[in-house]
Ligand binder design. Structure first.
Ligand SMILES: O=P(O)(O)O[C@H]1O[C@H](CO)[C@@H](O)[C@H]1O
Length: 160
């Protein structure tokens, strides 16, 4: 998934990587996040995916960062789904907030490794083994995608 936007759930409870003393040279105290994921880089990622024949595998979506380390309950998955969340993880967002704060253009991508359990009649449960296996299964695909993407990103793309 190419990350279109995020929800920083730990941020709602006051956990934010920008909390604490302000270091003026890195960025503003109250940075915007409405442009956290660079539009041109998102377009490029989708185009490169299409060029490699992976259009079916790649979607844009909203990533929600939770604190973990447990996987979600069914009620939590249902709530997140109703909030417009497409994928859930336990990382990525703090790094993106820090990068955006210091003016970097950000491209975020997340490998969706398992289906959320949304049904009380389901016997399925999330498992770390499944997550790690899905990562291994997609390694080659990700390698191709990232290699071509990196080639296509213009040199000095961070200079505005
Ligand atoms: O945060 P993302 O990248 O989605 O990965 C998640 O995957 C692992 C749990 O399966 C954890 O390391 C968590 O960070």
């Amino acid at each position: 998934m190419v990350i279109l936007d995020h929800i920083n759930m730990p941020g709602f409870a006051g956990h934010n990587p920008l909390s604490g003393p302000k270091e003026e040279q890195f960025g503003p105290r109250f940075p915007p996040m409405s442009d956290a994921y660079d539009k041109d880089l998102r377009k490029l990622a989708l185009a490169v995916g299409q060029e490699l024949g992976f259009a079916e595998k790649i979607r844009e979506g909203v990533y929600c960062c939770l604190g973990g380390p447990n996987f979600e309950t069914i009620a939590e998955c249902r709530m997140l789904n109703s909030l417009g969340v497409d994928a859930v993880g336990m990382s990525t967002v703090p790094e993106v907030i820090v990068a955006g704060h210091c003016g970097l253009r950000v491209l975020g991508m997340s490998l969706v490794t398992n289906k959320a359990v949304m049904d009380y009649n389901s016997e399925a449960t999330a498992s770390q083994d499944e997550v790690l296996q899905a990562g291994k299964d997609s390694a080659r695909f990700l390698e191709k995608l990232i290699a071509l993407l990196v080639q296509r990103i213009e040199p000095n793309n961070n200079v505005s």
